[in-house]
Design a binder for this molecule. Structure first.
Ligand SMILES: [Zn+2]
Length: 258
């Protein structure tokens, strides 16, 4: 079990008897159940094939955690639709039957409590507490489930204390350092950046215009460019021709050389 990322020991996902999604509802609490049976992960999956019921997790007698319905989906384990939409259901296997008054192994209780803590951390539900973010299936009075694991059952107190212990343990781990925040861009900075960008575009357009003027129309004037009014000379060539005509040393009319 990856407690930080609530990755279960095993997936055994239901193919029926749950509702995809949560109809926009947030997860607000966890509902605690016992199997009233000594079921493995596969066995409870089988039971829910023929019974219109399901829960998100099954903790087996060894403490192995199986996921049967994804947390993002609505399992059918609580008294009504809204309760199902707002909760995560955890089932705990019994280690013996009614003759032994439905006991639950220490491994199951320990894993279940740890799972409660991890879910409370992961979903930001707060420190586990009965009646607040951890509720017995029996809260509506329609069932005795989770019986000995409930707040008034003999395991209930130790179970929630253990969940609180694990919750505190998870909280005291060295927190992952937050990534450095990006400096927010102010309106002034946005305006300045826009101005620079616009000016850059203006400068580029001006250079292209100048360059085009210097080149003239190569389609008409050949590879060296130029303009009809300068005798198909570029501005540089025209300056050379003028220079030669007025006797500037070294200046020459390249057009004459052709
Ligand atoms: Zn129940």
């Amino acid at each position: 079990m990856d407690w930080d990322n609530i990755e279960p020991d095993r997936y055994r996902l239901m193919n029926k008897n749950f509702t995809p999604g949560r109809a926009g509802h947030q997860i607000r609490y966890i509902v605690i159940h016992h199997n009233a049976g000594c079921l493995s992960i596969d066995q409870i999956w089988q039971v829910w094939q023929t019974r219109e019921a399901s829960a998100h997790y099954q903790v087996d007698v060894e403490g192995t955690i199986g996921q049967l319905v994804n947390d993002t989906d609505t399992a059918w384990h609580a008294a009504d639709l809204l309760r199902n939409q707002e909760s995560i259901g955890i089932e705990h296997a019994n280690s013996a039957g009614p003759d032994a008054d439905w006991p639950i192994s220490e491994a199951t209780r320990e894993s279940g409590a740890h799972l409660v803590a991890a879910l409370c951390r992961y979903y930001g539900l707060g420190r586990p507490a009965w009646g607040v973010n951890v509720r017995p299936h029996s809260e509506t009075g329609q069932t005795s489930c989770p019986y000995r694991l409930g707040p008034n059952g003999e395991y209930g107190n130790a179970y929630i204390t253990r969940a609180q212990y694990w919750y505190d343990q998870m909280g005291s781990a060295t927190p992952t350092p937050a990534p450095p925040k990006e400096t927010p861009v102010t309106d002034d900075q946005t305006a300045l950046l826009r101005q620079i960008r616009d000016n850059t575009a203006d400068c580029r357009a001006m250079l292209m215009a100048l360059s085009a003027q210097d080149m003239g129309d190569p389609g008409v004037t050949g590879p060296y460019g130029g303009w009809s009014q300068t005798g198909y000379r570029t501005r540089t060539d025209l300056l050379g021709a003028i220079g030669e005509a007025v006797g500037v040393p070294g200046a020459r009319d390249t057009k004459k050389e052709k």
